[in-house]
Design a protein around this ligand. Structure first.
Ligand code: PEP
Ligand code: MG
Length: 569
């Protein structure tokens, strides 16, 4: 039986289902022992909770990471919040036993958080639910499934994977995780990724369909789980799992290596991220910097614009995590297929050719300036923050953005706030107009980054989401390759670095070509960092140059693709 969910942590896990049971938390038969006794029970349970959680947090900090440990320590702070304690004590004064008081208050907080627009707030509902269950288990003296002692090869099936459950896991024995709730940015997803356990979340009715003892496959890359697979299906997944494990093992050799070609030319290998959590993954994956921070994710899934402080905090945290390594942050890239409802953008006939990205920002300077100020301030924190403008078509846009940036600097100086006076300003090259005027743009900016996802779409005049013309959407087309070559050459001639943050940067078939053109920086998703490093290491400059010479003579995308894929190692 094949089930579909959200692939939250890559890899293929095969094992036997263990359904996660929480202990029976029924307190209906617990008598009320008087206000002072019930308050004392609450206090003692809170102490036990804090001690256990702290020990767990310390272990997690050491084994998994600082941030994961903080998620748990944060639960102690939440439980000890004076307002929450006051509410519980008030309920006890009104005649409720400790369990009932705790349950009532936690439920009301969970409802409050679950209804919030903000994703982080909604995640707090999961934390409060976790606190509630563990506190009730302590008060009632009942045990749930012991997740630190599981049989080897366990596929865990749970309604929700709470932070405390995930971090107590013995990673060696857990082959995969399957849940009924949770999105790709939920705490469970972040933790599953940090543990490198394949996970598929939000599978409807997973707990009813998956029975204890069943064989299950979890394909975290595809977001698919297979229960009781047929023998040939199982054999197929086993082969894929072996391949995945072997590749992962081999790739580890590249983790702390510099990125260089077989004959020693060093290039930069960065990661693309959408938020602070991804920056951690990028570092763990061995990225040397951030080549694209898609800030639009900070603006999505909420009711109103994020303010300067919130943005500053996100940018600062990424810069701090990257500890001086380059962090290229792209300004708001809204429009096209990225709609942000509260901005009230008008419907357009051709949204990809419409009022999007830098165009929207320049027409809404007040919104744009909030982001520029946050970026300038984050740049003052010792990190190496750089600003990148999306969808640029010409020099005027750069000049207008720079003028706003200068205004922001003056305002910040007037307020006595620290900022990076010399912050670098670069542009994405993702329109034919920018590619064709790269020589002119190069005089006005500090760096380029080629966005092949859009550059292919606009060069080929093909909507990247339209299946009927998908065959024309190919980066292997001679037109797209010529555009890339020309942009890199223009950057080189002007002495500015040129990177690539479109998906093509991670394509093994294109890597020799990009090396031949002289690309300085490859920016890929965290999961592709080590693979890209391995492919780069397999090419000598001369071989790559020779291949490029031949390929650039080929007249069709099909021939180019065939030739490059035939060479891919
Ligand atoms: C691109 O267009 O190549 C790019 C990196 O930007 P996005 O995919 O966010 O449009
Ligand atoms: Mg783009």
């Amino acid at each position: 039986m094949k089930l579909h969910g959200i692939g939250a942590s890559h890899g293929i896990g095969i094992g036997t289902v263990v359904r996660v049971r929480t202990g029976e938390l029924d307190y209906s038969a617990v008598p009320y022992a008087g206000a002072s006794r019930e308050k004392e029970r609450l206090r003692q349970a809170m102490e036990t909770f804090a001690a256990r959680t702290q020990a767990m947090a310390d272990r997690v900090r050491a084994q998994v990471g600082e941030k994961e440990g903080e998620i748990l320590s944060g639960q102690i702070t939440m439980l000890e919040d004076p307002y929450l304690v006051e509410q519980m004590e008030q309920a006890v004064d009104e005649g409720k036993c400790a369990e009932a008081a705790l349950d009532m208050v936690c439920q009301s907080f969970m409802e409050l958080f679950a209804g919030a627009e903000d994703e982080l707030m909604r995640q707090r509902a999961a934390d409060v639910g976790d606190i509630r269950a563990r506190m009730l288990a302590i008060l009632l003296g009942v045990e749930g499934t012991d997740l630190s002692d599981l049989p080897p090869g366990t596929v865990l099936a749970a309604h929700d994977l709470t932070p405390s459950m995930t971090v107590g896991l013995d990673r060696e024995h857990v082959a995969g995780i399957l849940t009924e709730t949770g999105g790709s940015t939920s705490h469970s997803a972040i933790l599953a990724r940090a543990l490198e356990v394949p996970a598929v979340l939000s599978v409807p009715d997973a707990l009813e369909l998956a029975q204890d003892g069943m064989t299950a496959v979890v394909d975290g890359g595809e977001g698919v789980a297979v229960l009781s697979p047929e023998p040939d299906q199982l054999a197929d997944y086993q082969a894929r799992r072996d391949q995945w494990l072997a590749q992962r093992e081999q790739l580890q050799a590249y983790r702390d290596q510099p990125t260089r070609t077989a004959d020693g030319r060093q290039v930069a290998l960065y990661a693309n991220i959408g938020g602070v959590a991804d920056a951690k993954a990028a570092l763990e994956a061995g990225a040397e910097g951030i080549g694209l921070f898609r800030t639009e994710f900070l603006f999505m899934d909420r009711a109103a614009l994020p303010g300067e402080e919130e943005q500053y905090e996100a940018y600062r945290q990424v810069a701090q995590l990257m500890a001086g390594r380059e962090v290229i942050i792209r300004t708001l890239d809204v429009g096209g297929d990225k709609d942000i409802a509260y901005l009230g953008m008008e419907r357009e006939e051709n949204p990809f050719l419409g009022h999007r990205a830098i165009r929207y920002c320049l027409d809404n300077p007040e919104t744009f300036k909030v982001q520029l100020r946050a970026l300038l301030r984050a740049g003052a924190e010792g990190g190496n923050v750089k600003i990148m403008l999306p969808l640029v078509t010409g020099v005027e846009e750069v000049r207008r953005a720079r003028a706003l940036l200068e205004q922001c600097k003056q305002e910040l100086a007037g307020q006595g706030l620290a900022y990076d006076q010399d912050i670098s300003l670069g542009v994405m090259i993702e329109t034919p107009a920018a590619a064709l005027t790269a020589d002119l743009l190069a005089r006005e900016v500090d760096f380029f980054s080629i966005g092949t996802n859009d550059l292919t779409q606009y060069t080929m005049a093909v909507d990247r989401g339209n299946a009927r013309v998908a065959g024309l959407y190919t980066v292997f087309h001679p037109a797209v390759l010529r555009a890339i070559r020309q942009v890199i050459a223009a950057g080189k001639a002007a002495g500015i670095p040129v990177g690539m943050c479109g998906e093509a940067a991670a394509d093994p078939a294109l890597i020799p070509l990009l090396l031949a053109f002289g690309l300085d920086e490859f920016s890929v998703s965290p999961a592709s960092v080590l693979t890209a490093r391995r492919h780069i290491a397999q090419w000598e400059q001369e071989q790559a140059d020779r291949l490029a010479q031949q390929v650039m003579e080929l007249p069709t995308a099909a021939q180019v693709e065939e030739r490059l894929k035939g060479q891919s190692r």
